[in-house]
Design a binder for this molecule. Structure first.
Ligand SMILES: *Cc1c(COP(=O)(O)O)cnc(C)c1O
Length: 755
């Protein structure tokens, strides 16, 4: 009996070949085991348990047609083939669409039904699929997906490779890398599921399930791969539907279902692999020799019965002699800039992917996700943006230039004020304070005043500006660690609220309250527990908490007491923010009990992304008001401090295309006269981009494509947008408008490269 085994890679993210060979040696001591590889750098070729080797050129050099002939010959001569590599299994499936008696790998239709991320074949199993979106959605929507999932997301390639992207810039960088490697725009973003990882391994021949086993990871490598695990029988409630699915798919070969069990016990299916997992021999140690069962099913020859030696297994590192006929090659050059394992793999897997993709473009498509709602990746741009921008004569504007979107801005403030009124009740008022630092443009501050906002200031300069524009001192809220700067600008009249950022700040306030500081509320800012912050008074150890309680005891009785916290939900995600909110309310209750002071003003800060803040559905906000009432009955006013939620949509940045450079394979680089000096938020958020049509003057949103917009600065990282498409007919001189630039883009823009 001759058995060909591929996938011998034994690095940190190993393939199963060596484990398969070890298990087969136990099941069939007399069989001839032949290791198949596509690189002499793969250390598994030196495993002594292999009787022979069949080393091919790497995939990027291999003549696939003649190799296919050779594979067919060994199978026709009665050899068996167990593939240890997903892509090789796919290639083999395409060679033998109707299967081959000796090929122990799944047929093409089965592979289609296990494609990521939807895994259509999972129906009937007690598992769920974590939510995902295909990355051909507009960046605007991808950013929303990340916020909604607390930035706990994975960017995944169609077959291998996954990168956690906890920030927008890491997402953009990983997308650029994976798009290049897989030569496809169709990657997907998937929500992370917290829990413990477990797998089910199976083997089947022509639709008959021959064996299966459960494994829980008990120790992992830094890449999250199994280092140790325990094995046990598969739950009958899982095995029954699995048996049916294997029959429906007419599965042949090994397979693995990778899952996460969340704290509630729910299983989430991450992927199904068309091969045995690398830990296959761990199960053999536990008495489940699935490779031997597979060969027995295919050949009819009885395998030596597996004996359980332990229910748990672990890995060790072994040194083995190098075979004389494959001496070690020189040390490879370190591979720079790799995102995932496949790029480091020495056999050139990604070029096999490209060749498979070229021969069958459907192969690497994301299954289960129809083209995004906005086909072509074009974002939805609000009508008011278009109307406001159309009011400018873009022909004559000097670029780059910020455009104030008047009706958009006034609409935002008006709607926010109306919602506050709706949410408030007789006992508890709901109000907003406009964060002046986010964009101190007079027009925005005036809108805040006209719509009943307070002025939220982090310095006395900001407070003075608010007063000049018409705010009364009792409409001013002072916040932050440097709110008394600069000296001498303190208003004489009573302020609305002052929140102390530290115990030292609190003691300064106490001293000032004896003199010239007057404020209706004097409160404290709490440092968020479990979410790193440099602001506020910490409360996460008994010592710091008792200091806080003592300090509150020193606050003057004349002023009402209050609590403030601020943590950007745009960074930590919306769900996590609400979780933080609830936990803050519980801390507030403890503070009330321990200090004997009741909280009359609760200020929950800003940091909201505009779309989250202006969400149509108000139920989460009204529930929050109810919770505050229930937990902190003395609260009379709930304040929020939106900055970018108001300012960001209120301005756009107009720029002109200076030059269009066309490169190979439709890649375009367009140089613009704008730059990251005017869009410093480019690393944190996407911008919806419009192009004014040179002929009709119409404003067209830019969709997804292969164009990168290069800023005018002589700086490597000055790329203002990636993976966009310029509409037909775009020429140098055309105007592009970057929307969503009225927040920190405007206020933190700097003068650079202008002589
Ligand atoms: C900056 C700031 C805000 C506003 O934050 P945005 O992210 O612009 O909404 C609100 N409150 C405080 C205390 C701030 O420092």
């Amino acid at each position: 009996m001759k058995i060909y085994i591929s996938g011998l890679y034994c690095g940190g993210n190993p393939q199963p070949g060596v484990g398969i060979a070890r298990s087969l040696r136990e099941g069939y001591p007399e069989a001839t085991l032949i290791g198949v590889e596509y690189s002499n750098r793969v250390s598994g070729i030196h495993w002594q348990g292999l009787d022979d080797l069949w080393i091919q050129r790497p995939w990027n050099e291999l003549d696939l047609e003649s190799y296919a002939g050779k594979v067919r010959r060994v199978l026709d001569e009665g050899g068996l083939w167990i593939s240890g590599s997903d892509l090789e299994a796919m290639w083999l499936a395409s060679l033998f669409p109707g299967g081959h008696a000796g090929l122990l790998a799944p047929p093409p239709d089965a592979l289609k039904r296990i494609a990521k991320p939807a895994v259509p074949a999972h129906a009937g199993l007690p598992v769920r699929i974590p939510t995902y979106v295909a990355t051909d959605l507009p960046d605007w929507d991808l950013h929303a997906f990340c916020r909604a999932n607390d930035w706990r997301v994975w960017l995944k390639g169609p077959y291998y490779d996954a990168a956690r992207t906890p920030t927008w810039d890491s997402f953009v960088a990983a997308r650029n890398a994976l798009t290049k490697v897989w030569s496809t725009e169709r990657l997907f973003l998937q929500a992370h599921v917290s829990g413990y990882e477990e797998s089910v391994m199976l083997c089947a021949y022509r639709g008959e399930l021959l064996g299966c086993v459960s494994m829980r990871k008990r120790d992992i490598t830094p890449e999250g791969k199994t280092w140790a695990g325990d094995v046990s029988p598969v739950d009958p409630a899982f095995e029954a539907p699995l048996r049916r699915i294997v029959r429906e798919l007419n599965w042949t070969g090994g397979g693995e279902l990778e899952m996460v069990r969340d704290p509630g016990g729910q299983l989430w299916l991450l992927e199904v692999n068309p091969r045995f997992p690398a830990w296959v021999h761990g199960a053999t140690i536990g008495g489940y020799n699935l490779p031997a069962l597979l060969v027995q099913g295919a050949s009819g020859a009885r395998a030596v019965k597996a004996e359980a030696r332990a229910a748990e297994f672990t890995r060790v590192v072994l040194e083995v002699p190098v075979r004389d006929d494959y001496p070690l090659p020189p040390l490879p050059e370190p591979f720079a800039g790799a995102v995932g394992h496949s790029m480091k793999h020495p056999s050139g897997l990604t070029s096999l992917a490209q060749r498979l993709h070229k021969s069958n473009p459907e192969l690497l498509e994301i299954v289960g996700e129809p083209a995004g709602p906005a086909a072509g990746g074009k974002p939805a741009v609000p009508d008011t943006f278009i109307a406001d921008i159309a009011a400018y004569d873009l022909e004559t504007v000097q670029t780059p230039r910020f455009l104030y979107l008047e009706s958009t801005a006034s609409g935002l403030f008006k709607r926010a004020a109306e919602r506050s009124r709706r949410l408030g009740t007789d006992e508890v008022q709901v109000v907003s304070g406009y964060s002046i630092k986010t964009n101190p443009d007079e027009r925005l501050i005036r809108l805040a005043l006209e719509n009943g906002f307070y002025a939220e200031c982090i310095s006395l300069l900001e407070a003075q500006k608010a007063l000049q524009i018409g705010f009364r001192p009792d409409q001013v809220i002072l916040n932050g660690p440097a709110k008394w700067w600069p000296e001498g600008l303190m208003p004489k009249e009573r302020l609305h609220a002052v929140f102390c950022d530290s115990v030292a700040d609190l003691d300064r306030c106490v001293a000032m309250a004896a003199g010239d500081l007057a404020s209706r509320h004097v409160g404290i800012r709490l440092r968020t527990p479990n979410v790193v912050s440099r602001f506020g008074i910490p409360l996460d150890s008994p010592q710091t908490f008792s200091k806080l309680v003592e300090a509150v005891g020193r606050l003057p009785d004349e002023a009402a007491f209050g609590v403030h916290f601020h943590m950007a939900s745009s960074n930590i995600g919306v769900a996590q923010w609400w979780h933080l909110f609830e936990s803050m309310l519980k801390w507030c209750r403890s503070i009330e009990r321990l200090t004997g002071r009741t909280i009359e003003i609760l200020d929950m800060g800003g940091g909201w992304f505009p779309d989250d803040w202006h969400a149509e559905d108000e139920s989460r906000f009204s529930r929050a008001v109810e919770t505050v009432k229930a937990l902190l009955p003395a609260v009379r006013q709930i304040v929020s401090e939106p900055g970018k939620a108001m300012a960001q949509p209120s301005m756009a940045l107009a720029m002109r295309i200076l030059e269009i450079q066309e490169h190979e394979e439709d890649h375009v680089e367009a140089v613009v006269d704008g730059s990251i000096a005017e869009l410093p938020m480019y690393a944190f958020q996407p911008h919806r981009i419009l192009r004014q049509c040179g002929e009709t003057g119409a404003l067209q949103p830019l969709g997804r494509g292969k164009t990168h917009l290069m800023g005018r600065l002589c700086m490597e990282h000055d790329i203002v947008a990636s993976n966009v498409a310029l509409p037909e007919g775009t020429r140098a001189g055309d105007v592009l408008i970057f929307c969503d630039a009225g927040g920190y883009d405007r206020s933190m823009s700097y003068v650079f490269g202008r002589g």
